[in-house]
Design a protein around this ligand. Structure first.
Ligand code: URA
Length: 308
């Protein structure tokens, strides 16, 4: 393993352990680690596996299969929202910074929605489509570098979590509590940051009371927002934190243990689920597989960056 990779890995484990120790009062983490395998072989193994996984995960006709831009690429992902991208979005998704444009088909006629992130934020702020909108303190729409809200194709990675917790509900910002601080460290370990190149959001934009899982109907209510955010920003890759978000985006009941570390195709965007930082805080043994996932994710991102 390269020295630099070792250092990054070590930093990540230390960081995760600090949080875990703070949380559970465990003994100090060992000063050094022995690792087997290297990042090059992980990358090399990725190519073949990705295609197989994508094909298996997205049988033709589900709407999740590999496809180009335009309506066919998006129809399966909107769940109950009826969202489809129109031709002008297909153009913007191809690289224009003019912003996405979305139409919702309602009773045979089409209505244009969400031309900008600001429009999404405004709609989230007013939403009371499900019970979560009535119990929240603040909506938590998402967060990234300022300019992301204006530019399409400007974000490297979108991170998708489950839903706001108590801290997020108080502040109106995603991933700001203990799990959020660990998430920031995980991202930093692969050169990502919400300040520069990464947009962070959740499946549901309002806090489920007592931090319960968001119900399927609550996720459906919010699906149009996340869908529009992805189409507007058009990230190079999507990192999905935890079971709920992974099951929602991939429309599967498979557990996170099965989904994590694999690449899936989401509207032509490589998507990888991994363990939620809260899970790492609860279970130290998940740190190593989480780091393996992040390394694979980073390698794929570097490939895409090299392609331009
Ligand atoms: N957990 C999540 O999934 N999202 C947040 O924003 C915070 C904690």
């Amino acid at each position: 393993m390269e020295t630099e990779a070792c250092e990054v890995l070590y930093r990540f484990f230390r960081t995760a352990s600090e949080y875990i120790e703070g949380y559970r009062g465990d003994a100090p983490y060992p000063e050094s680690f022995a690792f087997t395998g290297d990042s090059t072989s992980v990358v090399a193994a990725t190519g073949a596996a990705v295609n197989t996984e994508c094909a298996a995960a997205y049988p033709a006709g589900t709407g999740n299969e590999q496809s180009g831009t335009g309506k066919a690429a998006f129809t399966g992902l909107a769940g109950n929202s009826g969202f489809v991208a129109d031709d002008s979005f297909a153009e913007s998704a191809g690289g224009s910074a003019s912003g996405g444009m979305y139409t919702e088909t309602v009773g045979g006629s089409s209505e244009t929605l969400f031309r900008s992130m600001q429009e999404i934020y405004a709609a989230v702020a007013q939403c009371s489509a499900c019970v979560l909108g009535r119990t929240r303190t603040h909506p938590v729409a998402g967060e990234g570098p300022e300019e992301l809200s204006r530019l399409t194709n400007s974000v490297e990675v979108m991170v998708v979590g489950e839903g706001p917790g108590a801290d997020e509900d108080r502040q109106g910002r995603p991933f700001v509590g203990r799990a959020g601080q660990l998430l920031d460290k995980m991202l930093e370990a692969i050169q990502l940051s919400r300040k520069t190149n990464c947009y962070i959001t959740n499946v549901v934009k309002c806090r489920p009371p007592q931090n319960r899982d968001p119900a399927p109907e609550e996720r459906s209510c919010c699906a149009a927002f996340l869908d529009a955010q992805i189409r507007l920003l058009r990230p190079k890759m999507i990192l999905v934190m935890g079971r709920i978000a992974a099951q929602h985006l991939l429309q599967t009941s498979d557990g996170i243990g099965k989904l994590r570390g694999r690449f899936f195709d989401y509207q032509g965007i490589p998507l990888m689920p991994t363990y939620h930082p809260s899970a790492l805080l609860r279970d130290e043994s998940l740190k190593r597989p989480a780091w393996e996932d992040l390394k694979r994710f980073r390698a794929r991102l570097h490939e895409l960056q090299a392609q331009g």
